[in-house]
Design a protein around this ligand. Sequence first.
Ligand code: MG
Length: 396
Amino acid sequence: MPDHATNPRTAVSPKTAAIIVAAGRGTRAGGNLPKQWQKLGGQTVAWHTMQVFGRHPRIDRIVLVLHPDDIDSNLWPSDPPADIVAGGATRAASVLAGLQVVEGAADRVLIHDVARPLVTPAVIDGVLGALDDTAAAAAPALAVSDALWQGRNGEVAGLQDRTNLFRAQTPQGFHTDAILAAHRAHPGGAADDVAVARAAGLAVRITPGDEDNIKITTPGDFARAERILKDRMTRTSPDIRLGNGFDVHRFGPGDHVILCGHKIPHDQGLDGHSDADVGMHAVTDAIYGALAQGDIGRHFPPSDPQWKGTDSAVFLAHAVGLAVQHGFRITNIDCTLICEEPKIGPHAPAMTARMADLTGIAADRISIKATTSEQLGFTGRGEGIAALATVSLVSP
Ligand code: MG
């Protein structure tokens, strides 16, 4: 066993802070509030931005740089937790205020514009990966693919070569000490932190940007960001279906009943076209129901003699197969058997194990329970057994 306390080769992962610059007063996006406090998909732009960094597994700390007037407001999100810092008169002054908070506490910093709420984990990973790989600094960008013109008096005056031209994005990533020194030495007026880094002689590696990592500036940008968010939600939300099933079989002559695939000795049997497994029928119908695919009678007509005396496991296997064909997995089954006799409790574990076998889902996602109907109705009079089932199906 290596001694982690003394082994110099034990890797310590670098601490990474994200500085979110939200001190601007920009109202070009329309509305009365600065754009970072305007709503996008029901939450503020700043909230979306903070969530991405808050959920990223490699970000240890978030610093939110605010306009001094906003610090005592309830505009900024309290989750994820962040260090709140007052910004300065310029963007560079605001960044420097953020950097001073993490000085000595974080090895690396990602500096990000709050107005890019749709930044993806992959873009962040690209920047961190470049820093892992010895880059002094790294920033995401997209190669320019449109033709570029020079214009004069509303006319095309010339063509600009687009070779080696990139559209810069954020977050821009740096080693904390190096970018702090660069900011402290910079005379001011830099367009972004990459410009500050380059002025200090740092090489900045270009990492993959994302077309959706837009900077919200105009009202049109809000509309576009809403569309992107909506599209992401439809792509990532699972399709969840619930189905219910109900079945009844009457008692008749016999010496056992089969419930949820398990044989229980009893002084009567259950009448039915198949093996009359009322519990399994309810579960099977619930699966068909969740898929909007009818019921057992539709797939296995009782008028068809070939299903006479069939093991109901055949029906259940068909329903499970249909769920798979439709791209669903069964995430749980809850079945209630309603009868006075036989007592279900002692057999429930065996029934659960059998149903788990047949459906291929874990036993701890299958509930088989029973109730009496207090001697009321047909189940109370011991004329038959009823069963109720609920299942959930999820895709993908
Ligand atoms: Mg039935």
